[in-house]
Design a protein around this ligand. Sequence first.
Ligand SMILES: Cc1cc2nc3c(=O)[nH]c(=O)nc-3n(C[C@H](O)[C@H](O)[C@H](O)COP(=O)(O)OP(=O)(O)OC[C@H]3O[C@@H](n4cnc5c(N)ncnc54)[C@H](O)[C@@H]3O)c2cc1C
Length: 472
Amino acid sequence: MSDASYDVVVVGMGGAGLCAALSYAETAAEGNRTARIAVLERAPKEERGGATRYTTARFRVDDDNNLDPTFVDTVAATHRDADLDYFRTLERETPASMRFIEERGVELIHYPLGLASGVYGGREASPNGGGKAIVETLAGVLEGVDGVEIHYETEAVDLVTDERGAITGITARGRDGYLRTLSAPAVILACGGWQNNKALMSQYLGPNADDMPLIAPGLAYNTGDGLRMATDVGGGVAGQFDMVHGEPYDRRTTYPDAVVLSYPYGILVNGRAERFIDEGQAPLDRTFEAFSYEIWRNQCNEAYLIGDQSMVTVPFYELLNTTDKEPETADTLAGLAEKLGLDPGALEATVAEYNAAAGPQPFDPTTMDGKATTGITPPKTNWAQPIERGPFVGYPLTTAVCFVFGGVRTDAQARVVSPAGAPIPGLYGAGEMTGVFYRYYPVGTSVLRGLTFGRIAGAHAATAAAREVAAV
Ligand SMILES: Cc1cc2nc3c(=O)[nH]c(=O)nc-3n(C[C@H](O)[C@H](O)[C@H](O)COP(=O)(O)OP(=O)(O)OC[C@H]3O[C@@H](n4cnc5c(N)ncnc54)[C@H](O)[C@@H]3O)c2cc1C
């Protein structure tokens, strides 16, 4: 890669960057222009695509690809700073984002969730082949577009601006280690979060942030460069910097996305074999983020899911637990405790107390069944099925980081804005590098917002460029 001039530089090749580059190229083509587009990707080609490459990419949409109609009110209730313009735009543009990837060859599968769920209508969609299908399909299309250059193993380093603060390019480091300057009037940052920047994790999340492993290898490339570059040129920040979306992860493996989510149908205990949370307080999608945070922050990042045959026979059990390891099993609770490294007597006492408190209502994992404990702390509000049908099963868990909430502030047109809300001329941001969530992440909207605001950024930047050309 040498110094060169482009119409736009896109940083990152996850869902957000790919949609941004394609939408820029296609908007320019509608005006009979062939855009010169540079895409910078830190990873080698076979590892391109960051988090998107490793996600199942569950979309919170109905069978017509409309976003869950309760989503905007849900995020509005999380915090006074929740950006409702951004979220209403996401809601409005979701069907178009789904159409965008489908028309370029990504096949969507719609399916019922099957178990008790906080997702309106109880249905969602995913690409056939997960996020990897998004990356490989859209990258394949992009590779065939005239004017597009993709630079692998190339990392964006710094934005370049003129004396008025408008973007004029970016510096990038290639495989040889030397910096080049790529001139461009627009840069779209789509380079993910800062979950693999240990300094930022400690700074914003506090002690023991480095205890959390990454949930998938693609996150290793995401070190917060977008946040640094954008704030260096005056961009503001948004989202809750001391909150993280973590997931309960099988401690015995490093397999990508090895999560264990069948805990509503068993009990969670800590390293002392004591329960510490109401496992059945709400549907799974409303609890796993908060429980992961609790395991990391207050339980020394160590927990164990304990269950019996009534847990392993719930519908969709295999889909709930995507770890590559079978659970530890034993005919007795004491035997299971030994395999998990827990005190056998303590686990037996915890389970005995829980079993004695379990209510008489019928167990029904497909709904909030009201089968609750009485007289124990913490209670279990639903699915309090006694643990008595061996063989007993257990998983050792830790919290793995999936993404961070804090990031760059953008507006509903995907422009990076200053703390006062003024757009930085020529600078756009999309996907996980932008901060939007506070307190709680409603699942199935993270890939979606990357695709949507990537599309919006590309189209806006190309339209702005066409206006400049017309004005000359
Ligand atoms: C295991 C797992 C499961 C998930 N499940 C879901 C789910 O079911 N539904 C959902 O909505 N979300 C899910 N998520 C979250 C979702 O995948 C991400 O939020 C989303 O894919 C982020 O897309 P992105 O394009 O913003 O970033 P990424 O896909 O991470 O892409 C960022 C890109 O930028 C590149 N990069 C970084 N720094 C630089 C630099 N300096 N220069 C050049 N390139 C750089 C990286 O190499 C990468 O290619 C999951 C995530 C993981 C990891």
